[in-house]
Design a binder for this molecule. Structure first.
Ligand code: DX5
Ligand code: ZN
Length: 217
């Protein structure tokens, strides 16, 4: 059976305590840490930048994924890689030349992923598929935690899985992932689940993480 990885988004954590939160997530069985970078321009919210990632890097060995919701993104890719991101995830709409952006990421020696907004055409994957390590399917419009899962993204995940074929590319889902919506994501082909609200809703992060991995609900 495929191991389902859980990638908690610290967007829903207490920002005054992020170092401790990241340590708690690792102890609770998280597989990676999802870092939502927002600029108030590409998305209507502002979060944090590379300096925070650099400081959190000292608190956990878990892989860091930087989900860049910034436009333009190319000028900042080296900064995020140097700060300690292990994979950088970019939206095709955040730059004019997606292929160049992917190459910039690879040049930094880190993994690259493409993020598909709910209405982004999956065809964007076609010409970079040999160069990427991950596809992130947004199941909400990016910008905020706590939004409702968009069911129309399930067939989209299935289509992405077909496009990937037997390439070693992970499919990740982000937005509104709960114990109720996670099973359908996994059945459609997702192997990594991002979750903010459903992990930080109580202080028992281990139970909340375990509930997402379960297919029983
Ligand atoms: C939204 C972010 C998500 C978000 C998920 O733009 O990309 O990572 O934090 O939060 P929940 O799990 O609350 O939908
Ligand atoms: Zn995200």
């Amino acid at each position: 059976m495929t191991h389902i990885q859980i990638s908690p988004s610290i967007l829903s954590a207490n920002f005054s305590n992020l170092g401790d939160e990241v340590e708690k997530l690792e102890a609770a069985g998280a597989d990676r840490i999802h870092l939502d970078i927002m600029d108030g321009h590409f998305v209507p919210n502002i979060t944090f930048g590379p300096a925070l990632i650099r400081d959190l890097r000292t608190r956990t060995k878990l892989p860091f994924e930087a989900h860049l919701m910034i436009e333009p993104c190319d000028p900042y890719i080296a900064d995020f890689a140097k700060a300690g991101a292990d994979i950088i995830l970019v939206h095709p709409e955040a730059g004019t030349h997606l292929h160049r952006t992917i190459q910039l990421i690879k040049d930094q020696g880190v993994k690259a992923g493409v993020v598909l907004n709910p209405t982004t055409n999956n065809d964007f994957l076609k010409y970079v598929i040999e160069d990427i390590d991950q596809v992130l399917v947004m199941s909400v419009n990016p910008g905020f935690g706590g939004q409702e899962f968009i069911q129309a993204q399930l067939p989209k995940i299935r289509d992405v899985k077909k496009i990937i074929g037997n390439r070693p590319i992970e499919i990740e889902v982000d937005g509104g992932v709960t114990p109720e919506t996670a099973p359908a994501c996994i059945e459609a082909g997702a192997t990594i689940l991002v979750a903010g609200t459903s992990i930080f809703k109580t202080s028992d992060y281990k139970s909340n993480i375990d509930a997402l991995r379960s297919l029983s609900k």
